[in-house]
Design a protein around this ligand. Sequence first.
Ligand code: LMR
Length: 397
Amino acid sequence: MFASIERVPGDAILGLIELFNQDNNPNKIDLGVGVYRNSQGHTPILQSVREAEALLLTRETTKAYIGSHGAPDFAQHMLPMILGEQSPVLAQQRASLTQSPGGTGALRIAHDFISRCLGTDRRVWVSNPTWPNHHAIIKAAGLTSAQYRYVDEHNQLDFSGMLEDLQQAQAGDVVLLHACCHNPTGFDLSQAQWQQLLELIRERQLLPLLDFAYQGFGDGLEEDAYAVRLFAEQLPEVLITASCSKNFGLYRERVGAFVAIAADATQMETIRSQIAVVARANYSNPPAHGSAIVATILGSQELSTLWHDEVSQMRQRISHLRHSVVDALKPHGLDQQFTCFTEQRGMFSYSGLTPEQVTHLQKEFGIYMVSTGRMNMAGLTEHNLTYFSQALAAVCR
Ligand code: LMR
């Protein structure tokens, strides 16, 4: 039976980890998978996480199941972080949170929920380009996708193209949006643009699904929640997927959340019952350790303050690097070509490099990035900037 199964290529992003590890070039630079790196090029365990784990070691009394929706204290702390302390949506009890195995798990629950409860005859509109796994998850849930324009041929945000394409969506279609730090481009909508998009979504009766994987990496934890909170407060039905991978540095612990907002508390309870069935059929209960770390941090004034500082430091380091790399490109006459680095936000930059240039960087210089030209800016350090800019100059010649 297995003889007829075809081999498929490795994942465009995760496959780079292995290739990078096998490369013997002493100057190699990993700008592939989206993990934060410090100035030593290391992905550290946050101090707030270390302290929370030490507390958990003494406090935890059981490893019994935590239930399909996850730990209640995790939900209690995450909901205000996502929706705002004073959110009217919380006061009206319209929001349900289901803990998930990472942001990816949240996206899978979201799409399985759509497919199970709303049917498969609606399309999910995704940005072109988007995180490649969006396409895979939509397909795995039995749904079909459609694309809206997001960047133009000059590697700039194409907001009018986006609106024009979404005018073609049918009532009931889902629009998957990156709430902040767009992956892969790094181009985010302004507040005025979010408001315009909200009107289109309202008018055309579309269902927004906001992928919120990088809260804290754009302009700040509160600032980055602008679109999520605007939509949650202005629309009766909204879906949100959140991740604690990046802002808590808990990548391998798999901590995320699926938030469903309904028109009222009764509807919320109804859809919550359906979401439990979706989670149960996927993995039954989410893993508990990572969510316990998050709940411990957010539940402690002291750890929370420390964590806020650590998130700011990560954000500021990346933002600083964005400017440093453009400075380092000046002597090569490339600063104008790459001003996009300072306009984009979050971990990623869509560099505008062609797949051939990306291959050239990889083969000749040991610099790894996704073939679409997406770079993880956090992979640059003060030590490798010169080497990186020389290599970029060589492939752009
Ligand atoms: C990325 O886009 O690099 C990250 O979100 C990691 C992943 O799972 O692809």
